[in-house]
Design a protein around this ligand. Structure first.
Ligand SMILES: NC(=O)c1ccc[n+]([C@@H]2O[C@H](COP(=O)([O-])OP(=O)(O)OC[C@H]3O[C@@H](n4cnc5c(N)ncnc54)[C@H](O)[C@@H]3O)[C@@H](O)[C@H]2O)c1
Length: 142
């Protein structure tokens, strides 16, 4: 972590990036260093407009040590994956809403997905049994 201005990178150079760049390029404590987008022309246009020194791909952005915080302004469907990439690169991430548009992986346990071993226990335990299950299915005799 640096002691000077915080290095910031952007992923996503669409509509809302204008509002972020209008503000973040004015703070003395923040230095916007790079704008990445799958649409390189969009990244270049915003970098030129706001005097940001670099633009390019997500991989290029994540390789810059001075970028400590990444502002994720991609589309909602890309938020989780992009956020994961940023964290894996050892950086902090700010993500636009929603984060994410849906859970990245299915939940491992829920009231309707009871582990089989639960039904085999001799004594009733706080199993993940659905309320509608018959008692025999929730706590069979030993
Ligand atoms: N537009 C608004 O007024 C507004 C307001 C509040 C919040 N938001 C949120 O901000 C986010 C961005 O909105 P926007 O209107 O700027 O969208 P946009 O579609 O104009 O811009 C998104 C940009 O992200 C890029 N992108 C998409 N997937 C990518 C990926 N995997 N890697 C790199 N770049 C990628 C696209 O090429 C595009 O340039 C959304 O989450 C939205 O919900 C938008």
């Amino acid at each position: 972590m640096s002691t000077g201005p915080v290095g910031v990178g952007f992923i996503g150079a669409g509509n809302i990036s204008t509002q972020y760049l209008d503000n973040l390029t004015k703070f003395a404590d923040v230095k916007v260093l790079f704008i990445a987008d799958i649409n390189l022309a969009a990244a270049e246009a915003q970098a030129t407009k706001y005097g940001v020194p670099g633009f390019g791909t997500v991989e290029q952005l994540l390789a810059i040590d001075e970028v400590e915080i990444v502002v994720n302004l991609t589309i909602p469907a890309a938020h989780a994956e992009v956020g994961r990439q940023v964290i894996a690169a050892g950086k902090s991430v700010w993500s636009e809403k929603p984060w994410p548009s849906r859970p990245p992986t299915p939940r491992r346990s829920s009231p309707t997905r009871r582990p089989r071993a639960c039904a085999r226990r001799a004594r009733p335990t706080p199993c993940w049994a659905p309320v509608s299950s018959p008692p025999s299915a929730r706590s069979p005799a030993a």
